[in-house]
Write a protein that binds this ligand. Structure first.
Ligand code: GAL
Length: 385
């Protein structure tokens, strides 16, 4: 560049530049790149939370159909915001192709990390491929994604959840005819839950010499109440015609337990057949107090959501998963997803029956006492502490 002969000209130029800079600094609406308005479909397919920040997290949820997911989302966003990160989220309404497209949209919008609750354990792998092409790490949230180079995975110990579900039922029905009602066949958790259930049943049979007769053990297409109701209703009709009574249903979550109990009710069997669940949904907690559901498994979702937000922020800052997990004082586990050993975190679930409802779900603020006991006469409520 040609040297300026008169240094005063340079002074004038610098002063003008400084003045302009100060003026634009006064305007908080100074031109800055505005994020593209994401397309919306139905109830907040896309949503944004948190002030504009250097860290942008893309949160991809599968559905709001099971009540917990809205709370997962809320806790995740609150924590991420408190850590100074911006979160954009999307709901796939049970459609993996749609979720894969939502991931692409987020990658185009420049997210620094993706957090995914997949619908389909296999085809969701495409998200990891696209993200890694842009050097964006991916955290699988609660459900594992198979056969891909997943960065990290956080969940509850799902085999333990399944073990607890069966345990709760075995205590009530130590021998007899069982139906094992599996969750969505597309969800890896459904299989892990089943492993835990079988483990509990095997152990029980060996320890007591009592026989558990498994009449049927289907998986569903979705974690869906109506699908569960229909399947159980058909099975009850069939087994009745064969002269077999069903004594227990090991349902893998509360939504499907609700469907199973509706089918039992139609036959006048609700409260007579033991039923398990998972998620400590309000309706399930009420059924437990009323005596139509035997057990649920409570997973402190706030812990999962907040830990995930913390890891996501660290990954976005360029930390390696193992380092991020250790910094948070959590244990790193290895879980094979068919392609690699995924660095994973397993949080502890809690077993919930009538006896410890107050000390678990209610003490933790998951549901208020007056709602859980809404259908129980007031003179049977626990004394307020
Ligand atoms: C599973 C999850 C359960 C339940 C279910 C239905 O993956 O582990 O807690 O919520 O999905 O959405």
């Amino acid at each position: 560049m040609k040297k300026l002969k008169n240094p005063c000209i340079l002074c004038v130029m610098i002063s003008i530049a400084l003045l302009l800079g100060m003026l634009s600094g006064c305007d908080s609406q100074a031109p800055q790149e505005q994020p593209k308005t994401p397309p919306t479909q139905g109830r907040s397919e896309f949503d944004e939370a948190g002030a504009k920040s250097d860290i942008k997290i893309g949160l991809l949820l599968e559905t709001y159909d099971v009540a917990r997911w809205a709370r997962d989302e809320q806790y995740f966003k609150e924590k991420a915001k408190s850590l100074g990160a911006e979160v954009i989220s999307a709901i796939a309404n049970g459609d993996q192709d749609k979720q894969n497209q939502q991931a692409d949209t987020f990658l185009t919008q420049g997210v620094n990390v993706l957090v995914v609750v997949p619908k389909d354990l296999k085809t969701a792998a495409r998200i990891i491929k696209s993200a890694h092409e842009k050097k964006v790490p991916v955290l699988a949230y609660d459900r594992l994604i198979l056969n891909c180079d997943l960065d990290t995975y956080i969940t509850f110990d799902n085999e333990k959840v399944g073990y607890m579900q069966a345990k709760g039922i075995l205590e009530k029905v130590p021998e007899g005819n069982y139906i094992l009602l599996g969750g969505a066949a597309t969800d890896n958790n459904a299989k892990l839950l089943r492993n835990g259930q079988i483990k509990a049943i095997d152990e029980h049979q060996k320890a007591t010499g009592k026989k558990i007769n498994i009449l049927a053990d289907p998986f569903l297409d979705n974690w869906d109440k109506e699908e569960a109701r229909r399947r159980i209703s058909n099975m009850l009709t069939k087994f009745k015609s064969e002269g077999k009574n069903v004594q227990a249903i090991v349902a893998s979550n509360d939504a499907t337990a609700g469907g199973a109990i509706a089918a039992l009710k139609a036959e006048g069997l609700d409260g007579k057949v033991a039923v398990s669940g998972q998620d400590a949904e309000l309706a399930a907690c009420q059924r437990i107090m009323e005596g139509t559901q035997t057990v649920t498994v409570y997973k402190p979702v706030r812990r999962l959501a907040e830990s995930s937000a913390e890891i996501a922020v660290k990954l976005a800052q360029g930390k390696k998963p193992a380092e991020a997990i250790k910094e948070m004082g959590l244990q790193v586990n290895n879980l094979n997803n068919g392609a690699i050993e995924v660095l994973s975190i397993f949080l502890e679930p809690q077993f919930v029956t009538k006896d410890n409802m107050v000390d678990t779900v209610i003490a933790d603020g998951w549901h208020p006492l007056e709602k859980v006991f809404a259908n129980i006469p007031k003179n049977q409520w626990p004394p307020s502490k």
